[in-house]
Design a protein around this ligand. Structure first.
Ligand code: PLP
Length: 367
């Protein structure tokens, strides 16, 4: 069987190095707020090119904490609006509504599946304080026009960089394009931990300080609590593993690009719409390889019958979820079409040539 994502194989690629780091941390007797987290934060910050990287418990918390810190700092307040793509994973919205801010959804560009930058300005009101961009499926969404728009309307740009670590726009890494970025190191992400983990990057000293405190009970000094914070810390074990795996990220992203290239050049079936490559290939790290087809369930069954596992990212858009009844009346036809038609093919740095070829042949045989 060709798995959608073989996490065991991915992590066993670096078995000795990872096991050595795990053992070292285990034996150190120090499990939180220690040297492993410090070292990973330093290396992640350098990799992204940001002055600050702050390890947190997961990707959702990274985004929640950015907004919570902006509220603490008076940049925004309850009831303010944050523009967010309609076509995203629900975590992007949960971070907004958890802070009692209002998500304002904007349709994607059907060619990139990312937020349509040209449609953002029409969604701006006097209450808009930020735009949360999501580099969905690993593809960067950014432009000088977006930057200018944010400046014109005094909006913060927050990146949901859960899916695009390592991607680059004009020599700038995703996670360093806006005012602050949230990262997820959920095991299946391009840089995956052995459990939950996340981070925030920013060049804003005050924001960084506030997020660091908020993630640790609102405290900068033990037992002195300046803010009403939460407990959302990255632990030493996950940090050690991530610090080790960060060394191989570029190489693994390169391998993903090769798989994507092979799919793009060889899948040839009129029933299938392939994803489009950005002109500059550095802008895509292929977290997911997402195709579209009218009868998705039939194609998924065909692949399954041939031993190929696929997933759907995502079957129901956030505005149609039971969690958000107040959004059910909204209509986002492009988003809804995408959710009805998408199917994610296996892609990873550990797929063999044989597996990649089998996927292509099986899709090309589909009628
Ligand atoms: C994975 C993901 C998140 C959330 O990350 P967790 O670590 O699972 O909390 C947020 N946004 C997007 C787009 C994601 O893919």
């Amino acid at each position: 069987m060709i798995k959608f994502l073989d996490l065991q194989k991915i992590n066993l690629l670096h078995q000795q190095e990872i096991e050595a780091r795990l053992l070292k941390t285990f034996r150190s007797g120090w499990y939180l707020l220690g040297d492993e987290v410090k070292q990973f934060e330093k290396n992640l910050g350098e990799y992204i090119g940001c002055r600050h990287a702050i390890g947190v418990a997961n990707g959702l918390d990274a985004l929640r904490l950015i907004l919570k810190a902006y509220i603490e700092l008076g940049v925004m307040q309850e009831g303010d609006e944050v523009i967010v793509p309609a076509n995203t994973y629900i975590a992007s919205l949960l971070a907004i509504t958890d802070n009692r801010l209002v998500p304002v959804l904007v349709e994607p560009d059907i060619n990139t599946y990312n937020i349509d930058i040209a449609k953002i300005e029409a969604a701006i009101t006097t209450k808009t304080k930020a735009v949360m961009i999501v580099h969905l499926y690993g593809r960067i969404v950014f432009s000088t026009a977006l930057k200018a728009l944010a400046q014109k309307h005094n909006l913060k740009i927050i990146e949901d960089n859960a899916q695009a670590i390592g991607a680059e726009w004009n020599g700038i890494k995703s996670g360093n394009l806006g005012d602050a970025a949230g990262f997820s190191f959920y095991p299946g992400k391009n840089l995956g931990a052995l459990g939950d983990a996340g981070a925030v990057t920013t060049n804003d000293d005050t924001l960084a300080k506030t997020i660091r405190a908020l993630a640790n009970y609102g405290s900068e000094e033990k037992y002195i609590n300046k803010l009403q914070g939460l407990n959302s810390r990255l632990d030493e074990i996950q940090a050690a593993v991530l610090d080790e795996k960060l060394k191989y990220l570029d190489k693994e992203n390169e391998r993903r690009k090769q798989v994507a290239k092979y799919y793009l050049e060889n899948i040839n079936n009129p029933e299938i719409i392939l994803p489009k490559q950005p002109e500059n290939q550095k802008e895509h790290v292929w977290h997911l390889f997402v195709i579209r087809t009218k009868e998705r369930e039939r194609l998924q069954q065909h692949l399954k019958d041939n031993g190929i596992q696929t997933l759907i990212h995502y079957p129901i858009p956030p505005h149609k979820q039971e969690a958000y009844p107040q959004m059910h009346h909204l209509s986002f036809p492009i988003t809804e079409q995408i959710h009805n038609e998408v199917l994610s093919l296996p892609i990873s740095p550990v797929m063999t040539e044989e597996e990649i070829k089998k996927v292509v042949e099986t899709i090309n045989n589909y009628k």
